[in-house]
Design a protein around this ligand. Structure first.
Ligand code: V0V
Ligand code: CO
Length: 132
Protein backbone atom coordinates (compact mmCIF):
# COMPACT_ATOMS: atom_id res chain seq x y z
CA UNK A 1 0.00 0.00 0.00
CA UNK A 2 2.68 2.52 1.08
CA UNK A 3 5.42 2.73 -1.54
CA UNK A 4 7.73 5.25 0.10
CA UNK A 5 7.83 8.12 2.56
CA UNK A 6 6.98 11.13 0.40
CA UNK A 7 7.50 13.78 3.06
CA UNK A 8 7.49 14.63 6.74
CA UNK A 9 5.44 17.75 7.52
CA UNK A 10 6.89 20.01 10.22
CA UNK A 11 4.92 22.88 11.74
CA UNK A 12 6.93 26.09 12.12
CA UNK A 13 6.11 29.64 13.20
CA UNK A 14 8.69 31.39 11.00
CA UNK A 15 9.21 29.88 7.55
CA UNK A 16 12.25 31.97 6.57
CA UNK A 17 14.00 31.13 9.83
CA UNK A 18 13.19 27.42 9.51
CA UNK A 19 14.43 27.26 5.90
CA UNK A 20 17.65 29.01 6.86
CA UNK A 21 18.15 26.68 9.83
CA UNK A 22 17.69 23.50 7.79
CA UNK A 23 19.89 24.85 4.99
CA UNK A 24 22.76 26.05 7.15
CA UNK A 25 22.67 23.30 9.77
CA UNK A 26 21.70 20.21 7.77
CA UNK A 27 22.53 21.20 4.18
CA UNK A 28 18.95 20.70 2.98
CA UNK A 29 18.25 22.57 -0.27
CA UNK A 30 14.76 24.07 -0.57
CA UNK A 31 13.68 24.05 -4.19
CA UNK A 32 10.01 24.77 -3.81
CA UNK A 33 7.95 27.31 -1.87
CA UNK A 34 4.25 27.78 -2.31
CA UNK A 35 1.04 28.90 -0.62
CA UNK A 36 -1.73 26.29 -0.50
CA UNK A 37 -4.76 28.44 0.39
CA UNK A 38 -7.11 25.46 0.62
CA UNK A 39 -4.94 23.99 3.42
CA UNK A 40 -4.21 27.31 5.12
CA UNK A 41 -0.43 26.99 4.83
CA UNK A 42 2.67 28.36 3.19
CA UNK A 43 5.03 25.46 2.60
CA UNK A 44 8.64 24.93 1.62
CA UNK A 45 9.87 21.58 0.32
CA UNK A 46 13.46 20.45 0.89
CA UNK A 47 14.82 17.35 -0.80
CA UNK A 48 16.31 14.60 1.40
CA UNK A 49 17.21 11.55 -0.73
CA UNK A 50 14.02 10.34 -2.39
CA UNK A 51 11.86 12.09 0.21
CA UNK A 52 11.12 15.65 1.26
CA UNK A 53 10.98 17.72 4.39
CA UNK A 54 7.87 19.92 4.23
CA UNK A 55 8.08 23.03 6.42
CA UNK A 56 4.57 24.32 7.12
CA UNK A 57 3.76 27.82 8.29
CA UNK A 58 0.10 28.59 9.07
CA UNK A 59 -1.70 31.41 7.22
CA UNK A 60 -3.82 32.02 10.32
CA UNK A 61 -4.68 30.66 13.75
CA UNK A 62 -7.90 29.02 12.51
CA UNK A 63 -6.12 26.61 10.16
CA UNK A 64 -5.00 23.00 10.77
CA UNK A 65 -1.36 23.97 11.34
CA UNK A 66 -2.25 27.15 13.25
CA UNK A 67 -4.40 25.19 15.69
CA UNK A 68 -1.72 22.51 15.99
CA UNK A 69 0.98 25.04 16.93
CA UNK A 70 -1.29 26.73 19.45
CA UNK A 71 -2.14 23.41 21.11
CA UNK A 72 1.23 21.64 20.90
CA UNK A 73 3.86 24.09 19.69
CA UNK A 74 6.17 23.58 16.74
CA UNK A 75 7.11 20.05 15.68
CA UNK A 76 6.30 17.06 13.50
CA UNK A 77 2.79 17.55 12.11
CA UNK A 78 2.24 14.65 9.71
CA UNK A 79 3.83 11.79 7.79
CA UNK A 80 3.01 11.52 4.08
CA UNK A 81 3.29 8.21 2.25
CA UNK A 82 3.46 7.82 -1.52
CA UNK A 83 0.79 5.55 -2.97
CA UNK A 84 -0.07 4.58 -6.55
CA UNK A 85 -3.79 5.34 -6.28
CA UNK A 86 -5.13 7.55 -3.46
CA UNK A 87 -8.73 6.84 -4.35
CA UNK A 88 -8.23 3.05 -4.10
CA UNK A 89 -6.25 3.31 -0.84
CA UNK A 90 -8.97 5.51 0.72
CA UNK A 91 -11.52 2.82 -0.14
CA UNK A 92 -9.40 0.09 1.46
CA UNK A 93 -8.74 2.11 4.63
CA UNK A 94 -12.41 3.05 4.98
CA UNK A 95 -13.30 -0.61 4.71
CA UNK A 96 -10.72 -1.34 7.40
CA UNK A 97 -12.63 1.05 9.69
CA UNK A 98 -10.26 4.01 9.73
CA UNK A 99 -11.58 7.55 10.13
CA UNK A 100 -10.90 9.41 6.88
CA UNK A 101 -10.57 13.20 7.04
CA UNK A 102 -10.93 13.32 3.26
CA UNK A 103 -13.52 10.96 1.78
CA UNK A 104 -12.34 12.08 -1.64
CA UNK A 105 -8.80 12.95 -2.77
CA UNK A 106 -8.00 16.64 -3.18
CA UNK A 107 -5.24 18.67 -4.84
CA UNK A 108 -1.97 19.01 -2.90
CA UNK A 109 1.32 20.72 -3.64
CA UNK A 110 3.49 19.96 -6.71
CA UNK A 111 0.41 18.94 -8.72
CA UNK A 112 -0.06 15.98 -6.41
CA UNK A 113 -3.31 14.40 -5.24
CA UNK A 114 -3.60 14.00 -1.48
CA UNK A 115 -5.91 12.81 1.29
CA UNK A 116 -5.60 12.77 5.09
CA UNK A 117 -6.37 10.02 7.62
CA UNK A 118 -7.37 11.11 11.14
CA UNK A 119 -4.63 10.78 13.78
CA UNK A 120 -7.07 9.10 16.17
CA UNK A 121 -7.13 6.13 13.74
CA UNK A 122 -3.34 5.92 13.44
CA UNK A 123 -2.05 5.98 17.00
CA UNK A 124 -1.85 9.75 17.21
CA UNK A 125 -0.11 10.30 13.86
CA UNK A 126 -1.77 12.40 11.16
CA UNK A 127 -1.19 10.49 7.90
CA UNK A 128 -1.29 11.94 4.40
CA UNK A 129 -1.54 9.87 1.22
CA UNK A 130 0.22 11.33 -1.82
CA UNK A 131 -0.16 10.36 -5.45
CA UNK A 132 2.25 12.14 -7.77
C1 V0V B 1 -4.68 17.53 15.81
N1 V0V B 1 -4.43 16.43 16.54
C2 V0V B 1 -3.33 15.83 16.06
C3 V0V B 1 -2.91 16.63 14.98
N2 V0V B 1 -3.76 17.68 14.85
N3 V0V B 1 -2.68 14.71 16.41
C4 V0V B 1 -1.59 14.39 15.72
N4 V0V B 1 -1.11 15.11 14.67
C5 V0V B 1 -1.74 16.23 14.29
N5 V0V B 1 -1.27 16.94 13.26
C6 V0V B 1 -5.19 15.92 17.66
C7 V0V B 1 -5.59 16.98 18.66
O1 V0V B 1 -4.52 17.23 19.54
C8 V0V B 1 -6.76 16.35 19.32
O2 V0V B 1 -6.30 15.41 20.26
C9 V0V B 1 -7.41 15.57 18.20
O3 V0V B 1 -6.41 15.42 17.19
C10 V0V B 1 -8.62 16.21 17.56
O4 V0V B 1 -8.35 17.52 17.43
P1 V0V B 1 -9.51 18.54 17.02
O5 V0V B 1 -9.29 19.78 17.79
O6 V0V B 1 -10.84 17.91 17.08
O7 V0V B 1 -9.29 18.69 15.54
P2 V0V B 1 -8.64 19.86 14.77
O8 V0V B 1 -9.70 20.84 14.46
O9 V0V B 1 -7.41 20.30 15.44
O10 V0V B 1 -8.25 19.08 13.44
C11 V0V B 1 -7.34 18.06 13.44
C12 V0V B 1 -7.31 17.48 12.02
C13 V0V B 1 -7.05 18.67 11.06
C14 V0V B 1 -6.19 16.44 11.97
C15 V0V B 1 -8.65 16.82 11.72
O11 V0V B 1 -5.82 19.29 11.39
C16 V0V B 1 -7.06 18.28 9.62
O12 V0V B 1 -8.11 18.17 8.98
N6 V0V B 1 -5.85 18.07 9.03
C17 V0V B 1 -5.72 17.72 7.61
C18 V0V B 1 -5.31 18.90 6.78
C19 V0V B 1 -3.96 19.44 7.18
O13 V0V B 1 -3.40 19.10 8.21
N7 V0V B 1 -3.40 20.39 6.33
C20 V0V B 1 -2.11 21.01 6.57
C21 V0V B 1 -1.04 20.33 5.80
P3 V0V B 1 -6.92 15.30 21.72
O14 V0V B 1 -6.63 16.61 22.36
O15 V0V B 1 -8.39 15.06 21.47
O16 V0V B 1 -6.22 14.12 22.32
S1 V0V B 1 -1.19 20.68 4.06
C22 V0V B 1 -0.16 19.60 3.21
O17 V0V B 1 0.49 18.73 3.89
C23 V0V B 1 -0.09 19.71 1.81
C24 V0V B 1 -0.80 20.78 1.05
C25 V0V B 1 0.73 18.76 1.01
O18 V0V B 1 1.48 17.98 1.56
O19 V0V B 1 0.63 18.79 -0.26
CO1 CO C 1 1.96 17.32 3.59
Amino acid sequence: MFQRVDHIGIAVRDLDAAIAFYQVTFGVAFTYRHTVESQGVEEAMGRVGESWIQLLCPLGSDTPVGKFIEARGEGVHHVAYGVADVHAVLGDLKEAGLHLIDEHPRPGSRDSTIAFIHPKSVGGVLVELVQE
